[in-house]
Ligand binder design. Structure first.
Ligand SMILES: *Cc1c(COP(=O)(O)O)cnc(C)c1O
Length: 377
């Protein structure tokens, strides 16, 4: 794993799964192993079983997922990676590290499903969460107590595109207590633009449903751990809880990763074009674009305009999710963030007039024209 680290991420991505030792026929594309179980030679084989190199039962490890996990670990500079059945399963796997009474500090502008899960953990398991505004770093230090086990953040934030300095967060958290796990949900920027472990994070998670797979055709998640020790605990918990990614979807994700870098470059170019075009429209109050990636949020003037926009769009689909080749438009207040308390939502600027656009890989002038005609008189 380590010997290939000198290669650029473009090379790692294009070569994902090639030249690994899992296929005796030297196939360039990783084969799909549909076996749920693997034969042992004899008792000695079982006694000396090495789960990192051998297979027994596919929940523990299976070749296609193994190749994917090795690739994910390399891309995010970790020592271990886990491919899960969804992004939420990835987040749940990380939380298998914590117990009742543990305290977690989170940034205040997260994926709606993360908030829903954190509320659930607080209610049913007595995990305590405190919210940090993502801006005031002195406040972050003040929120950390002797019981704090992790800091959880997304940057840019979802959906209001705030940028958090991962390095600064990691320095503050680790200064307070070296064992605090700094966890970053890297779904929006992907390792092409942001590698949190290099900025001091301990754990990276992804909803691979989004950019990593990139084609609006699968659900998957990933957890990448910096330390081997945390990796060992996660491996045990992963096999115990069981939300693993199946071999076919592991292959599909591995295949998708090969084009991640070119897709991200084009998502960015398209989003820059569309953001500039939106900013010129009189119906658009404000455009939020962090400068990289394919996600744009923007405010229109009223709910009537929102309805008209959704009805008139010819290319962009009114649909949840993000990160795929097809452009999608959502209304976070009614979709991704609908389970958030209204007051908290409004405080973050998630009003009914806020729309979130996942800019796809279509021609950017066509996308800009679609939005212009749909918002027009
Ligand atoms: C979608 C998403 C998730 C949840 O992932 P699923 O694959 O839908 O379970 C988590 N974090 C972010 C930032 C997301 O966009």
């Amino acid at each position: 794993m380590t010997e290939e680290k000198q290669f650029d991420i473009d090379t790692l991505l294009a070569q994902a799964g090639n030249r690994d030792n899992h296929d005796q026929n030297n196939a360039i594309s990783t084969p799909i192993y549909l076996a749920s179980n693997f034969r042992h030679r004899d008792l000695e084989d079982v006694e000396n079983f090495d789960p990192k190199k051998q297979y027994s039962y596919s929940r523990l490890a299976t070749p296609t997922r193994h190749v994917l996990e090795e690739t994910l670990a390399k891309l995010e500079n970790g020592t271990a990676a886990f491919a899960t059945s969804s992004g939420m399963a990835a987040i749940q796997l990380v939380f298998s590290l914590f117990s009742s009474g543990d305290e977690i500090v989170t940034s205040d502008d997260l994926y709606g499903g993360s908030f829903r899960y954190f509320d659930y953990l607080a209610e049913h398991y007595g995990v305590k969460f405190s919210k940090w505004n993502g801006r005031d770093y002195n406040k972050l230090a003040a929120l950390i107590t002797p019981k704090t086990k992790a800091v959880w953040l997304e940057t840019p934030s979802n959906p209001t595109m705030k940028i958090i300095d991962i390095n600064r967060v990691a320095t503050i958290a680790h200064h307070a207590n070296a064992n605090i796990l700094v966890c970053v949900d890297n779904t929006f920027l992907t390792p092409v633009y942001q590698q949190p472990i290099l900025s001091g994070a301990d754990i990276v998670v992804h909803s691979a449903t989004k950019y990593l797979s990139g084609h609006n055709d699968m659900l998957a998640g990933a957890v990448i751990a910096k330390s081997a020790e945390i990796g060992e605990t996660l491996a045990f918990n992963f096999n115990t809880t069981g939300a693993t990614l199946d071999p076919f979807d592991s292959w599909l994700l591995l295949r998708s990763l090969k084009t991640l870098s070119v897709r991200m470059t084009r998502h960015t170019a398209n989003a820059k074009y569309v953001a500039a075009s939106l900013a010129k429209l009189p119906q658009v109050q404000k455009v939020l674009y962090p400068g990289q990636g394919g996600m744009i949020s923007f405010y229109v003037q009223n709910l009537d305009q929102v309805d008209q926009l959704f009805k008139r769009l010819k290319i962009i689909s009114f649909a949840e999710s993000l990160g795929g080749v097809e452009s999608l438009l959502t209304i976070p207040a009614m979709q991704t963030h609908k389970d958030m308390a209204e007051a908290a939502r409004l405080k973050l600027g998630i009003t009914d007039e806020l729309l979130r656009l996942s800019v796809g890989l279509e021609n950017p002038a066509d996308l800009a024209a679609d939005l212009t005609q749909a918002l027009g008189d």
